[in-house]
Design a protein around this ligand. Structure first.
Ligand code: HEM
Length: 185
């Protein structure tokens, strides 16, 4: 898939994903809707929606060479047949985070919070895609998307609990946890 890829998550009446629940983790939540469609057509055509969040895939910022190699060896792609569960977790980080320098952010994220290390424990069961939104004036800085099979739902909960307990998450000032199930119609 081409990168950067512009992706739009549209919550409304149509789409292949049923929205199971929307839970606020930090700050304001998002309104409930029935279904979610993920659009990658360019330019993204406007559709009737309850809410619409966009982001762009990008190059990595923090992962080192050996981490990138380890991720590539272990991760699987999106769209696996058995991965009928998904999570869309939009996240905004605080001004304090954005005031840090790149090396300080890396130290918090990995040396002190082990974000990549924790995430790696759950590959290949969980597949993921990170979208950047801060640069395009969106309400969230990141849109994180995950897919997994029902038998790994417990592992996914354990992973988000571990991540939310880290120093990195002290800089998260808005987070909404949206869970979905793939429909087959
Ligand atoms: C499947 C397990 C996971 C793995 C392997 C993983 C891995 C990564 C990696 C490698 C990066 C850095 C990319 C870069 O170098 O720019 C990253 C960034 C990020 N991840 Fe995860 N992650 C996982 C799970 C999660 C979860 C569950 C969440 C949310 C609850 C999350 C939220 C984020 C966010 C917001 C960023 C961007 C951080 C920033 O640039 O400040 N990740 N992840």
């Amino acid at each position: 898939v081409a990168s950067p890829l512009m992706v739009s998550f549209c919550a409304g009446a149509i789409g292949p994903w049923w929205i199971d629940r929307i839970d606020p983790v930090f700050g304001e939540s998002l309104p409930l809707a029935a279904k979610l469609s993920i659009r990658t057509d360019t330019p993204i055509a406007p559709v009737a929606s309850v809410w619409n969040l966009s982001g762009v895939t990008s190059n990595t910022r923090y992962a080192t060479r050996s981490e990138v190699d380890a991720l590539v060896r272990k991760q699987e792609g999106l769209g696996r047949t058995q991965a009928i569960c998904a999570a869309l977790i939009p996240i905004r980080k605080s001004e304090a985070w954005w005031a840090l320098a790149q090396d300080e952010r890396r130290a918090i994220m990995e040396e002190r919070s082990r974000h990549i290390g924790i995430g790696m424990d759950y590959l290949p069961a969980i597949s993921r895609r990170l979208h950047h939104s801060r640069e395009i004036g969106e309400p969230f800085d990141f849109l994180t998307w995950f897919e997994y099979a029902p038998e790994h739902a417990g592992d996914f909960e354990e992973m988000v609990d571990r991540l939310r307990a880290t120093e990195e998450w002290k800089y998260v000032d808005r987070e909404v946890d949206i869970r979905l199930l793939r429909t087959f119609d």
